[in-house]
Design a protein around this ligand. Structure first.
Ligand code: ADP
Ligand code: MG
Length: 259
């Protein structure tokens, strides 16, 4: 069911978004964008209309993962039009509005906050069942801006075993509580390597602490993803949609469906 927002969020006439779900991690490089793109792809395969708002303004990686590099979002009057992926996912990203996508984004805080708001209230999302938000890394002011600008209904936390998992999950849970948004659960990325010969799962970073930490904060574990060089290569080549295994992040998909 929908959340009764204590706060009024901006809307526009050309968007009708049923559920907004944010993908958050305590730090960069853990695979937040991969998990965000993965959940979006799985929701699309399940028949939902899906969008991705790339709120990682200074480190956008969603367009590349979906083969949208080099594309430029068009405008409809004052509204931005998302670019659409092969499987029909609507994407808005700083990468799609910059002249030269290889230029680093050197914008200051208020400009970044403005871009995030514009990607919500001045973008023509059309009718969507799910809008996934690829959050900026960590629990910074920019992350706060997202929660203050969009009606986020649930958060998926992404960790990896080499992190100080406990502290990183604590930070994310803290932010979720402050913003009064439920945590749908935690995904552990780069959790293990699967032996190509015997199929055995090898925990290269030592025994995972995820179950312990999840129990401590009463969080659901929404899955563990292996280190998969083929998947990394597929993402690099813009082919995430055709490369995901059928069961990829199935528990995270179910958690989104239960929102
Ligand atoms: P973040 O958004 O948290 O910064 P990304 O999703 O962009 O992280 O992932 C960082 C890099 O690691 C990317 O090049 C991505 O393809 C790679 N990567 C992420 N998860 C995996 C995985 N499970 N196996 C192999 N490579 C991965
Ligand atoms: Mg990212």
């Amino acid at each position: 069911g929908g959340k009764t927002a204590p706060q009024e969020f901006e809307e526009n006439a050309l968007s009708e978004v049923k559920h907004v779900i944010a993908v958050l991690s305590g730090k960069g490089g853990v695979g937040k964008s991969l998990v965000c793109g993965g959940i979006a792809t799985q929701l699309t395969r399940a028949g939902y209309k899906v969008g991705i708002l790339d709120a990682d303004i200074t480190g956008p990686s969603i367009p590349k993962m979906f083969g949208l590099s080099g594309r430029h979002a068009h405008a409809l009057g004052k509204l931005l039009l998302p670019e659409v992926t092969e499987s029909g996912i609507h994407v808005m990203s700083s990468n799609l509005v910059l002249q030269n996508e290889t230029d680093p984004v050197l914008w200051r805080g208020p400009v970044i906050a403005g871009a995030i708001r514009q990607f919500w209230s001045e973008t023509s999302w059309g009718p969507l069942d799910y809008l996934l938000v690829d959050m900026p890394p960590g629990t910074s002011d920019v992350a706060l801006t997202v929660f203050q600008s969009l009606p986020v209904e649930g958060i998926v936390i992404v960790t990896s075993p080499q992190d100080l998992v406990s502290m990183i999950v604590a930070k994310a849970v803290n932010m979720a509580q402050k913003m009064d948004v439920p945590v749908l659960g935690v995904v552990e990325n780069m959790s293990y390597i699967e032996c190509p010969d015997c199929g055995k799962k090898i925990e290269v970073f030592g025994k995972s602490k995820l179950d312990e930490v999840a129990a401590q904060y009463s969080l659901d574990v929404l899955g563990r993803l292996p280190i998969d060089p083929a998947l990394a290569a597929a993402c690099d080549a813009g082919k995430i949609e055709e490369s995901l295994p059928a069961e990829f992040l199935s528990q995270a998909l179910a958690a989104c469906e239960a929102v």
